[in-house]
Design a binder for this molecule. Structure first.
Ligand SMILES: Nc1ncnc2c1ncn2[C@@H]1O[C@H](COP(=O)(O)OP(=O)(O)OP(=O)(O)O)[C@@H](O)[C@H]1O
Ligand SMILES: [Mg+2]
Length: 190
């Protein structure tokens, strides 16, 4: 029987919560290393990346790495109901815990950039499928944000292999990834 998005979301959350911290730490390095080995990575200068929270693939080290490589690093910030903004940071220490405990840039001082300027977006998710479809937390933040990025922007989903399933039911507003990277595989359009 076909599962609904919310059933998949529940199972995916349970899968991710089952991972232990040592595994998350070492596999997160493997995943971001693979991302940096992709030929497009070097060419992209303006890069947006989520800041990991709890059992998500840990992106903190990667954000610091990008800053040391002098990339233009943008971090998502919820600015109004349902809307994500991309804010530039120059140092990891500019991030402070927001209302949900997730590290955020300063809404008042951090410079905002247009989604159209972003060349690469690193997208978190609860579940992805082999056709590069994605399920997030269920508020539509990334679907809304990604619909505003340019045609050439590379949308990269990041996940552990146990978050990948065969097929996710897709709705009209869902934006697929261009590539999904796990510790085991790099999924691309075929
Ligand atoms: N571009 C859009 N414009 C208006 N509403 C949208 C848009 N994209 C998504 N939504 C709304 O957001 C809600 C949640 O979408 P969905 O179930 O796809 O969440 P999700 O992809 O898991 O969430 P997220 O992107 O925040 O991780 C839907 O009810 C949908 O109507
Ligand atoms: Mg969606």
């Amino acid at each position: 029987m076909k599962r609904t998005k919310s059933e998949i979301r529940m199972q995916g959350t349970a899968c991710r919560n089952s991972l232990d911290h040592r595994f998350i730490g070492s596999m997160s390095n493997v995943i971001f290393q693979k991302l940096m080995e992709q030929p497009f990575y070097e060419k992209c200068n303006t890069i947006m990346c989520y800041v990991s929270f709890k059992n998500e693939v840990n992106s903190h080290g990667f954000i610091k790495k990008m800053l040391s490589q002098n990339k233009r690093v943008c971090i998502p910030l919820i600015i109004e109901n349902g809307i994500l903004a991309a804010k530039i940071i120059n140092d990891f220490s500019e991030l402070k815990p927001g209302p949900s405990g997730i590290l955020e840039p300063d809404g008042k001082t951090a410079l905002e950039i247009e989604p159209a300027e972003i060349e690469l977006v690193i997208v978190p998710g609860i579940t992805f499928d082999r056709n590069l479809q994605r399920i997030g937390y269920g508020a539509g933040y990334y679907d809304r944000f990604l619909s505003r990025t340019g045609k050439k922007c590379i949308k990269t989903g990041i996940a552990f292999e146990n978050q990948i399933i065969k097929k996710i039911p897709v709705e009209k507003h869902d934006i697929p990834m261009d590539i999904v990277i796990t510790e085991k595989y790099v999924y691309k359009k075929h």
